[in-house]
Write a protein that binds this ligand. Structure first.
Ligand SMILES: [Zn+2]
Length: 342
C-alpha cells in the first residue's frame, strides 16, 4: 500500500468523523501470534478480492467499509474483544464449569453493557490472554471462537464493498457496537434500504464461512458430530449479532439502525434452508435452528446473566410484526442491494 493510498484512507475517515489513527499490524501484534495469523488470513482474502485491510485505533468491536477505496477498517481493539468473548464463550461451551460470578447483574443486559470497563477495554482481556498463552484444547477453542467472530465482522464489511453499497449511499458503511447506538432513521424508506443492505451482508459473510471454514471440517464426520459443529457455529453467529446490537434492536422498530437480532437470525436460517450450502436434510436443518437457539439462550442466561435470554426468539408477537415488515418492505429490496447474488 503506497503512502498516498494510506493518506486517502485517513482523509476518508476524517471526512466521516471516524477515528483516523491507523495502527501498524507489526506493532499491534508484536506479542500476539494468533492475532497476526488471523489478520494475515483476512488480509489475503481482501487482496484476492482487490480489497484492502487496515486497522484503526477506534474503540470497541467495530468494522467499517470505505467504498471508493475498497478498504475494510477494523478497530484494532476488536481483536482483544474477540479473544475476551472467545474466553467467556469457550469456557461455557467446553468446560461446563460455572463462569466466575460475572459481577454483572441487576436488570441491565449484561452481555452488552458490562463487558467493557470505563475505558472501553474488555474486562476479561487479561484472563483471556493468559488462557491463550497455554497450549491445549481450551486455548484452541478460544481462538476458534474469536476467529469466527472477527471473520463475521470482516466479511460483513467486505460484502458492503462487493455489493457496491457505497456507490449508492454514503461512502462509508460502519457496523459495530458504536454504530448500533446511532439515532433511528426518520423515514421508512431509509430504514428498509438499510435493513436490506444489512441482511444481504449477513448472508454474504455467513455463506463464505459455511463454504470455506465449516464445510471442510465436516468431511467424513457422522451426522451427530456434524450437527454439533453446525449448531455451535450458528450459536456464535447469533451471539455476534446480539453483541453488536445492544438493545436487541427492537427499540424504535422499524426505524432502528439495524434489523432486530431475531430477524437477522431468522433471515440466516431461511438462507440455511434455501441455499442449503451444507446439503443437510430438512429435519437436520430444523434441529440446527432449534438447538442453536437453545445454546444461545443458555449462554446468555448462564454466562452473562442476561435477563433478555428468556425472551430470545420466543416472542411471537414481535416475530409476526417483524415478518410482515420484512416481507412487504425489505425483502423486495434485497435484490437491489445484492446485485451479484443469484
Ligand atoms: Zn453493515
Amino acid at each position: 500500500m503506497t503512502p498516498e493510498f494510506y493518506q486517502k484512507i485517513i482523509d476518508e475517515l476524517e471526512r466521516d468523523n471516524r477515528d483516523s489513527n491507523l495502527v501498524e499490524k507489526s506493532q499491534f501484534f508484536s506479542n500476539n501470534l494468533w492475532g497476526m495469523k488471523i489478520y494475515d488470513i483476512l488480509e489475503e482474502f481482501a487482496q484476492k478480492q482487490d480489497m484492502h485491510l487496515v486497522m484503526s485505533e477506534g474503540k470497541c468491536f467495530n468494522g467499517l467499509a470505505i467504498w471508493p477505496l475498497r478498504t475494510v477498517v477494523l478497530h484494532a481493539s476488536s481483536f482483544d474483544d474477540a479473544i475476551s468473548l472467545g474466553y467467556l464463550i469457550a469456557r461455557y461451551m467446553d468446560c461446563k464449569e460455572p463462569i466466575d460470578p460475572p459481577q454483572m447483574g441487576g436488570d441491565l443486559k449484561s452481555f452488552y453493557l458490562d463487558f467493557y470497563d470505563e475505558n472501553y477495554q474488555s474486562k476479561y482481556r487479561l484472563k483471556a490472554e493468559d488462557a491463550i498463552s497455554h497450549s491445549g484444547a481450551f486455548s484452541d477453542e478460544i481462538k476458534n471462537v474469536a476467529s469466527t467472530l472477527l471473520s463475521l465482522l470482516f466479511f460483513h464489511e467486505c460484502a458492503h464493498i462487493a455489493h457496491r453499497h457505497g456507490s449508492r449511499h454514503c461512502n462509508i458503511d460502519s457496523d459495530g457496537i458504536t454504530t448500533s447506538k446511532e439515532q433511528p432513521f426518520k423515514t421508512l424508506s431509509e430504514a428498509s434500504d438499510k435493513h436490506a443492505r444489512e441482511l444481504v451482508c449477513d448472508s454474504f459473510a455467513v455463506n463464505i464461512l459455511l463454504e470455506n471454514y465449516l464445510a471442510p471440517q465436516l468431511d467424513n464426520l457422522d451426522i451427530n458430530d456434524k450437527l454439533h459443529i453446525i449448531v455451535r457455529f450458528y450459536a456464535l453467529v447469533s451471539l455476534h449479532i446480539y453483541f453488536l446490537s445492544g438493545d436487541f434492536g427492537r427499540d424504535n422498530f422499524p426505524l432502528c439502525i439495524y434489523p432486530p437480532v431475531e430477524f437477522r437470525m431468522h433471515h440466516l436460517y431461511l438462507d440455511l434452508r434455501n441455499d442449503n450450502i451444507l446439503k443437510l436434510d430438512k429435519f437436520d436443518i430444523e434441529l440446527v435452528e432449534i438447538r442453536s437457539k437453545e445454546l444461545v439462550q443458555a449462554i446468555l442466561r448462564d454466562v452473562f446473566s442476561d435477563p433478555y435470554a428468556e425472551d430470545w426468539m420466543s416472542n411471537t408477537q414481535h416475530n409476526i410484526y417483524y415478518r410482515m415488515w420484512y416481507e412487504t418492505s425489505v425483502y423486495p429490496k434485497l435484490k437491489e442491494w445484492a446485485p451479484y447474488r443469484g
